[in-house]
Write a protein that binds this ligand. Structure first.
Ligand SMILES: [Fe+2]
Length: 339
């Protein structure tokens, strides 16, 4: 379902789209039409909607401990694949890591005979540790948004040297700028900047699917929090409006699900049309001021995520754990009265 005033599904925008040359398009439509990366993303989605061979096959491994959906995105033709937002299991009480979650991803890659081409992060997560180092290789570079330095700067006063880049290899192989295009096998893909939850959040549009990270959740649950350092509810609203410029049929894959009240099963896939029609926080018709008020009030009630302190330290270094000290044991920092 598309509301009145929505951008056209491709084609050159112009006066004809308003139906009347004397009617100014509203600001949202105007922004969408001059947003070159968004227009390119719409083109990719539309081409995929018209041709099944351009649509990725998506398999999701859900980690119930952190409510995280790791997506394995595969080109059905070439069998090249990308893994988005992997999880390293971590028990904060004991300091123990496990690889159960990432092993499920690896098993799927092996079972389906998929060649891993990309290890992707939508952002530096605060609720789980990334397993990227266990997947990344020379043939499968690790990518994240180019704005990651802003997140690093926001946390530097708290963590200092603990988040210094690893000395042997870069924390990330590829820093994606807004509008940067890439391929997963033969599938067209493009990056859209969607800041708000963090200043460096990005969404990956791959064929007819968009992997939105922590922006939108399922329509019955709403949106991601915006109260981390560098976060902004107003920015998140605008980022979501940008995503809403994609065709309604675009498949939307979320980074998390927490089961909404009244829903018994986890869910991580929806569509742009379903989000626009029914998202609890930000469906069509909800303006920026109302969203910011709602989001800010809700964020004020949320506790610090259980794994935030370990997760940020590890994830800003591309998922690398700290190097062991002389006794062979690695340590994470616990800042006191600093967060
Ligand atoms: Fe997050």
């Amino acid at each position: 379902m598309k509301s009145p005033g929505a951008p056209p599904l491709g084609g050159a925008p112009g006066i004809a789209d308003t139906g009347d040359p004397f009617i100014e398009p509203d600001a949202h439509v105007s922004d969408s039409r001059t947003d070159a990366p968004l227009q390119a993303a719409i083109g990719i989605v539309e081409a995929a909607l018209a041709d099944a061979s351009r649509r990725p096959v998506v398999h999701t491994c859900f980690d119930e401990a952190t409510f995280t959906a790791t997506h394995v995105v595969a080109d059905p033709v070439t069998r090249a694949s990308a893994v988005i937002d992997s999880v390293l299991d971590f028990d904060a009480a004991s300091g123990r890591t496990r690889t159960t979650s990432v092993e499920a991803v690896r098993r799927h890659l092996a079972d389906e005979e998929l060649a891993l081409q990309w290890v992707l992060e939508t952002h530096a997560h605060a609720d789980h540790l990334s397993a990227a180092p266990l997947l990344r290789s020379a043939n499968a570079p690790l990518g994240i948004g180019a704005g990651i330095g802003e997140v690093h700067a926001a946390f530097a006063p708290v963590f200092g040297e603990a988040i210094a880049p690893p000395s042997d290899v870069p924390a990330f192989d590829r820093l994606f700028a807004d509008g940067e295009r890439f391929r997963v096998g033969g599938l067209d893909a493009i990056v859209l900047r969607v800041p708000g939850h963090t200043p460096a959040c990005i969404a990956y549009v791959i064929g007819d699917a968009v992997f939105v990270g922590d922006t939108l959740f399922m329509p019955d649950y709403g949106t991601a929090r915006c109260d981390f350092p560098g976060g902004s509810a107003a920015q998140l609203y605008r980022s979501i409006q940008r995503l809403f410029g994609l065709p309604d049929e675009t498949r939307v894959f979320l980074c998390h699900d927490y089961k909404a009240p009244g829903r018994d099963v986890y869910a991580w896939e929806t569509t742009i049309g379903a989000e626009r029609a029914g998202n609890l926080h930000v469906r069509d018709g909800i303006d920026e001021a109302s969203f910011v008020a709602l989001r800010t009030a809700r964020d004020a009630t949320l506790p610090v995520p259980k794994l935030m302190l370990p997760a940020v330290q590890v994830n800003l270094r591309g998922g690398r754990l700290p190097p062991p000290e002389a006794n062979g044991v690695a340590y994470l920092k616990l800042p006191i009265d600093a967060v």
